[in-house]
Structure formats: C-alpha cells, structure tokens
Write a protein that binds this ligand. Structure first.
Ligand code: AMP
Ligand code: MG
Length: 368
C-alpha cells in the first residue's frame, strides 16, 4: 500500500493482512499468524473455534468429543474471557479500563481490576529484568511514530518526530512512572500524562485467560491462539506434544522456518517483518526501543519465547526483539529463557537457540 501527500515523500506501509499460504506440512493456516500449528498425529475430529479480538484474530482447537451444546459453551467461554480482557486492556476501545486510566491525568491513585494489576505487575517485572527494553509506557512514542490507535494505515499522521518532540514525549515515558499498590488495588502515575499500551503483553494474557476458562470446563487437551501467541495444553490425542511451526521472518516469502514441541507451555513471537512502514528508504518497525524513543529499523528478524505463561512469553518476545540477538541472547541466558532468535544471514536466515529450547526446536530450512 502506498500513499503520498504534499509535504511528505511517499510512504509505503506494510501491515498484517490475511494471506493464503500453502505448506507441505501445514494442516491449518491462519491469517496473520506468526506461529503455524502443524500436523502432529491429531485426528480430524478435533473441534475448531475462531473469532476476532484485540484488533486481531483468535483460534482454539480442542481435542475432545463435544456435543453441539458443549461446543456452544466452549465458544461462549472463550468469547467471555476475551471480551473481558479486551474491555480491560484495549487501547482501541475508549471505554476500556486502560483507556480510562490513560485519560486519568492525575497522580491520584486509580482503582484497577485485579487483572489489570496482574498484567502491570508482570510487565514491570519484565521491564526491570530487561533493563527497560520492555516498557508499556511507550504509548506516546508508539502514537508519534504512527503505530498507535490514532495512526492510520498510511503510517504517521503528523511529521516525523524530531529531537525536541522526542525529548518532550519521553518526559512521560518510563515504566518507573507507573506505581502499583496491590494492597489497595490501585495504580498511580508519578506524572499525570503517562499512558500505558499493553499491546505487547495483553494477547498473551488473553491466551492464559482462555486456557483457564477451558480448564474450568474440564477440557485437558487444547491449543489457544490469539494474534499468533499460542498456548498448548496437555498433549494431542495420540499422547504426543503439540507441534507448532515458526514462521520465517520474511513477508515476501513466508514459510515454516522450524518447529517446536510444546506441552503445557506457550510460545510467543515478535518480529519486525510484519508491521512496518517505509520512509526515506528506512523501514520503521512497530517495536520501539524505549531507551532511545525510536522504532527499531526493520532487519527481517524474529524472536520466539517458550514459557509456561503466555503473557510472560509475549512480553519477553518483545523485550528480546528490542535487545537484539547479542544483548538479548545474553539476557535470555541469564534469565534461563527458552528462546529462538531467527536472524537474517547471507540472503537467508540463521537460528540462535538457547539451551532451554535446544532439544525441542527442529529447523526445517537449515540449508537455505
Ligand atoms: P508485540 O507484537 O507483542 O511485540 O507487541 C508490539 C506492540 O507493543 C507495538 O505495536 C506497540 O503497541 C507496543 N510496543 C512497542 N514497543 C514496545 C516496547 N519496547 N515495550 C512494550 N511495548 C511495546
Ligand atoms: Mg509481545
């Protein structure tokens, strides 16, 4: 997609959009996914559920015999759980709890739901452990660079942020500016204009919430996916781990780069290759380096994190994308995280895997 205006050079924009993909091993291809679910000996009698939430799609696969009534119940539970997360954490829904908190231009404590407090606490932990690479207060920067709710498909609405504007915005950015008080159930801002963007963690949290809801229904074997972040619960009917595919980080030539086997674990992937725009020959990705206030330049790379908790995996995948394969790898090792970095290399890609993922990752394209 391209656009031109009087005072700006043409900006070409690439946003996630549904594409048809055919792969030898893929049995199910979902629009806009960063993770493919692959054949793992499951029968065709598994039940599929799909829908839309948080500006993206979700899908659930349940390996169980379900009656029509049970199917309807499963669909309802999934939608209830996701609607609740969306109603609390969406920055696109102006009535959400998070949007209200963002409009709360005050340092007075703001009463927050247990869920919002939980996600903010998880986010804070990853911020501290990643040296600020993960930071949910990047909202104003996301917006200024054209990736927020106000940004159109043509990228930024205003001029490119200059040094003075970035300095001004950064006065409101910094995870330390959001204070949690679990005892009183409140969250407060140290400066009134702080805004929080949970886009890098809320999808993973939604996955966890759906998994909790389905477990409560007595289900023990299912896959939950929201916007490419995925959790595999139990095993397949054949008693094997769920096998998921990891996409090659190439929007021109998509395919499966490798597979990971999962049981009671989540996988989240962040990358700079799906959501970016190009201006003056520079491709700006949707992930901001909060330490400098500037979007990452697109390189065609991705980071996948496997963790028992999908929200944690989601946050770390974003954090490690910011840190990159050198610093990020060192942090992943320090934190004992199961991580795959897929990096551009000599016209193709190379994999960098931490030891905690080593035995479960299988590269399919090692020679490409
Ligand atoms: P993800 O796709 O999970 O990596 O999340 C990316 C989204 O999170 C972006 O579209 C922004 O809304 C937001 N975001 C961008 N940079 C950061 C960051 N460094 N820390 C936390 N959230 C971010
Ligand atoms: Mg993320």
């Amino acid at each position: 997609m391209t656009s031109a205006s009087d005072d700006r050079p043409p900006v070409s924009v690439h946003r996630e959009r549904p594409r048809a993909r055919t792969l030898v091993v893929a049995i199910l291809v979902l629009a806009g996914l960063t993770v493919w679910r692959l054949s793992s000996g499951v029968g065709d009698d598994a039940h599929e559920f799909v829908g839309a939430t948080m500006g993206t799609t979700w899908s659930v696969r349940v390996d169980a015999d379900l009656s029509a009534d049970e199917r309807a119940r499963v669909q309802a539970v999934i939608e209830e759980r996701l609607d609740r997360v969306n109603g609390l954490m969406s920055t696109y829904d102006t009535a959400s709890e998070l949007s209200r908190f963002n409009r709360h231009a005050s340092t007075e404590p703001f009463p927050a739901s247990a869920e919002l407090l939980e996600v903010l606490a998880l986010a804070r932990d990853v911020s501290e452990r990643s040296g600020g690479a993960f930071d949910v207060t990047v909202g104003p920067l996301v917006e200024a660079w054209g990736f927020g709710p106000g940004g159109g498909l043509e990228g930024r609405l205003g001029p490119k942020p200059d040094g003075a504007m970035l300095a001004r915005l950064r006065e409101h950015v910094g995870y330390q500016k959001v204070l949690l008080d679990a005892a009183s159930g409140t969250v407060s801002k140290t400066v009134p204009d702080v805004a929080v963007d949970l886009s890098a963690i809320a999808k993973g949290y939604g996955v966890e919430q759906v998994a909790i809801g389905l477990r409560e229904l007595g289900l023990a074997s299912f896959l939950v996916e929201v916007g490419g972040e995925l959790k595999a619960v139990g095993t397949t009917r054949g008693g094997r781990p769920w096998r998921v595919g990891i996409e090659r980080p190439d929007d021109r030539e998509p395919g499966v780069w490798g597979t990971v086997d999962l049981t009671d674990e989540a996988i989240a992937t962040s990358g700079d290759y799906r959501n970016y725009y190009e201006e003056d020959g520079v491709r700006y990705a949707h992930i901001i380096d909060p330490r400098i206030g500037v979007p990452m330049r697109m390189r065609g790379a991705s980071v996948s994190v496997v963790h028992p908790d999908a929200a944690v995996a989601d946050a770390w995948a974003t954090a490690l994308s910011v840190l990159g394969p050198d610093d990020g790898y060192a942090v992943a090792v320090r934190e004992e995280l199961a991580v795959l970095f897929v990096e551009p290399s000599a016209g193709s890609f190379r994999s960098l895997v931490t030891v905690w993922l080593d035995d479960r990752f299988a590269g399919l394209e090692a020679s490409r």
